[in-house]
Ligand binder design. Structure first.
Ligand SMILES: Nc1ncnc2c1ncn2[C@@H]1O[C@H](COP(=O)(O)OP(=O)(O)OP(=O)(O)O)[C@@H](O)[C@H]1O
Length: 301
């Protein structure tokens, strides 16, 4: 049995969002406030989306605050992208609404971006589509994502990790309040994924963005996430990563994918992993040999 989402008020989109004082761990997504979080930026309220009479999202509630990272997880076809599109107002919900803070600016990194392989385009040019930006701004944005060297390169020549960083730089150039990232580590190897998630976390720290991202990853992403919302047409459960990973709803959906002997932990140290074999260096604690990992510290709270 799934834990149902607590219904939030059905006010107009202009009315202030509901907000509770702390993450109570009840599994409901009723705007749990991380101590580090600030004001609500965006809120889905009882969103229902149907395609041809088929329900893709059923009364989904979700809030993202300034300075917090919320990760959406769920199996294929669970409605993650549909929820993102509804929040971006790219599709109209059949029921419910989306509340946005007045003047909210969103930087969006889509799941897919098809770039014409025939038409070479430098990163510099790519960053100025659709809005022009000065060279200094482009350089600064690339610097902030650790991709300075790509400025003059054709976009088509970038590695998966470089491309995702450039997409992030492009989103940041909008000076967003909220970053929405639909699977930001696609096409990136394991080590690169970890580094990208840590970069996203640093961008939040530096800029105070609210960040909403979609991920298929069950372990690495949790290390850099304040709140996980697990959806499968509806919100199955939500809360702090360790709460969600222990919940029966999460285990019913993902339990089979969890590698034996691995548990979620928060990545508290600060180093790069150059030279480490990515296959051997997982970012999960080996619970069979808890003394083994020298780079991990299990979350305690
Ligand atoms: N434009 C559309 N027309 C019809 N059905 C759609 C449309 N967009 C999404 N769907 C359906 O809605 C459901 C949710 O799709 P969605 O892409 O949101 O899932 P997802 O969780 O993002 O999946 P994935 O992890 O595979 O990307 C799926 O059954 C999908 O087929």
């Amino acid at each position: 049995m799934t834990r149902e989402v607590a219904s939030q008020q059905n006010g107009s989109p202009a009315s202030p969002p509901h907000q509770s004082q702390a993450d109570c761990g009840c599994g409901h997504d009723h705007a749990h406030v991380n101590p580090a979080s600030g004001e609500p930026l965006i809120q889905a309220r009882d969103l229902t989306v149907e395609f041809g009479g088929r329900v893709a999202l059923d009364q989904v509630n979700l809030t993202v605050h300034r300075n917090e990272i919320v990760t959406l997880i769920g199996p294929n076809g669970a409605g993650k992208s549909t929820l993102i599109r509804a929040l971006l107002q790219a599709i109209k919900p059949n029921k419910g609404d989306v509340w946005r803070r007045h003047g909210l600016v969103i930087g969006y990194v889509p799941q897919r971006l098809n770039i014409d392989p025939i038409m070479p385009m430098t990163v510099k040019r790519f960053l100025s589509i659709p809005s022009p930006h000065s060279l200094a701004e482009c350089k600064q944005a690339l610097h902030s994502v650790g991709a300075d060297q790509t400025l003059e390169q054709p976009v088509q020549s970038l590695s998966g990790g470089e491309f995702q960083r450039v997409l992030l730089a492009r989103a940041i150039l909008r000076k967003p309040d909220l970053l929405v990232l639909d699977e930001p580590v696609q096409g990136v190897d394991f080590q690169g994924q970890t580094e990208l998630y840590r970069l996203i976390s640093r961008l939040r720290e530096r800029n105070g963005f609210g960040i909403l991202m979609v991920s298929h990853d069950l372990h690495i992403v949790m290390a850099e996430t304040d709140r996980v919302v697990c959806i499968n047409g509806h919100v199955c459960c939500s809360g702090a990563p360790t709460q969600v990973s222990d919940s029966p709803e999460y285990l019913a959906l993902f339990g089979g994918q969890t590698k034996p002997g691995l548990a979620v932990y928060h990545h508290l140290h600060d180093h790069t992993h150059d030279g480490m074999a990515s296959q051997q260096h997982t970012h999960s604690l080996n619970v069979d040999h808890p003394d083994k990992p020298d780079v991990a510290q299990k979350e305690r709270n």
